[in-house]
Design a protein around this ligand. Structure first.
Ligand code: NAD
Ligand code: DAU
Length: 372
């Protein structure tokens, strides 16, 4: 049965998926959102410019680790759900500096769970029974797959390989334990790689789009044959909405688009699309910008999600194919060059120097043949 959710607390709603979720939710008049976000390097109020002044959106700049603040928000606004996106999310950053990941992803989730537990006790029985804590997580908690392994399903054992993945796995375990021990009414989603508008250009697709438009090298890690399972961000937002409204308390739902692709194939498709959409580009053919660089340490080889539980039990289906979603994404970045310029100024350049400065270029004969 579908639940009506009137007012929700969203954490991390100025980041990539969080801001897409806020925009999606408000576009359907689903109810009011209290948006708690620290505005780290990855958070950007510009992502929410189109809803500036919207009565259904209350933005609070703050830290999920600040228990006093979270308590105050909960008692003041009395949300019927918490949708928890806030996290440190970039694997390369977690390799160069893991501490922030442990703080936000593990301690931050702990503080939110504790705040939710205390808040729940203040609610009358009816409100208590309709409250939900939805924890947004990742397929990376399951580790890596061989070429012929079946896709990750909800019972696949956790085997996280990067500091990021380990911190998310820890947060998933905390959520599970708070449900089991304290009866906190939780829902967990584990999703595959998202792409789409408003993604910070440290992640593969927006980084490649930004570099290609600027005529900079397109740095493909290792042999480029690592496989990811791509999902258009709005389809992820729809999945979260579906789980919030129809999910069974205590259950985990895997979310994925059925779009497994090797990184080099994704970059080739992107380059060809840019050739088509920017026909007068001096960088054409964009494939000439591809460079194979030193691999990411501990790089997971393959992720793939089995989303059949979510499809079968809650009726969710992705609406975009990779072709339609990628076209929409590239068109958005082409139409929003000011957004890209804004987020890549300043500190972003330090990150590019730190992550890519030492990688160098290497020849990958089999893969570079395809790049030509
Ligand atoms: P993002 O890095 O784009 O955004 C994270 C947001 O959290 C930012 O707005 C940031 O300011 C905020 N934040 C960080 N630390 C905070 C703190 N201590 N207190 C309050 N706010 C804080 O991340 P994203 O890609 O939008 O991912 C959102 C969630 O979805 C994460 O939990 C991530 O693990 C999960 N996820 C992401 C993907 C993906 O492909 N991007 C896939 C599956 C799951
Ligand atoms: O699978 C879900 C996860 O997807 C999320 O939980 C993470 O928050 C999100 O960052 C993403 O993790 P990945 O490490 O898969 O995403 P990223 O965009 O960093 O890299 C995608 C693939 O592309 C990966 O195999 C590494 C490769 N890559 C990435 C960058 C940034 C390159 O080859 N070159 C690059 O410059």
């Amino acid at each position: 049965m579908e639940r009506h959710v009137s007012q929700i607390l969203v954490t991390g709603g100025a980041g990539f998926i969080g801001s897409n979720f806020v925009l999606h939710w408000l576009s359907q008049n689903k109810g009011r959102i209290i948006n708690l976000d620290l505005l780290t390097y990855a958070g950007n109020l510009g992502n929410l410019a189109s809803i500036e002044g919207h009565a259904g959106h209350v933005f609070v700049r703050g830290d999920i680790c600040d228990r006093t603040l979270v308590d105050r928000i909960l008692s003041e606004h009395r949300p019927s759900a918490i949708v928890h996106f806030a996290a440190e999310t970039h694997v390369d950053r977690s390799i160069l500096g893991p501490e922030a990941f442990l703080r936000t992803n593990i301690q931050g989730t702990f503080h939110l769970l504790e705040a939710a537990r205390a808040y729940l006790e203040t609610l009358p029985a009816e409100e208590r029974s309709s409250f939900r804590f939805l924890h947004v997580s990742t397929d990376e908690v399951y580790g890596t797959l061989g070429p012929d392994d079946p896709a990750f399903h909800e019972d696949t054992p956790f085997a996280p390989n990067s500091p990021y993945a380990a911190s998310k796995a820890a947060s998933d375990h905390l959520v599970r334990a708070w449900a089991h021990t304290y009866n906190l009414p939780v829902l967990i989603t584990n999703c595959s790689n998202n792409y789409g508008p408003l993604q910070f250009p440290e992640k593969l697709l927006p980084l490649m789009i930004g570099n290609a438009l600027a005529g900079k090298p397109l740095p493909v890690y290792g042999d480029g044959r690592q496989v990811r399972d791509w999902l258009f961000v709005v389809d992820h937002c729809r999945a979260i909405e579906t789980v919030l409204e129809k999910g069974v308390i205590g259950e985990t739902y895997n979310v994925g688009g059925g779009n497994q692709q090797a990184n080099i194939d994704v970059v080739h498709t992107l380059c060809d699309l840019l050739d088509e959409l920017v026909p007068d580009s001096p960088q054409k053919p964009h494939r000439q910008l591809i460079r194979f660089v030193q691999d990411r340490p501990g790089h997971d080889r393959r992720y793939a999600i089995d989303p059949r539980k979510l499809e079968r039990e809650l009726g969710w289906r992705p609406q975009e194919t990779f072709a339609t979603g990628l076209r929409k994404t590239v068109q958005w970045y082409l139409a929003n060059r000011a957004w890209m310029n804004e987020v890549t100024s300043g500190a972003y350049q330090n990150w590019v120097h730190m992550n890519y400065g030492q990688r160098g270029e290497h020849k990958n004969e089999s893969a570079s043949a395809g790049a030509r």
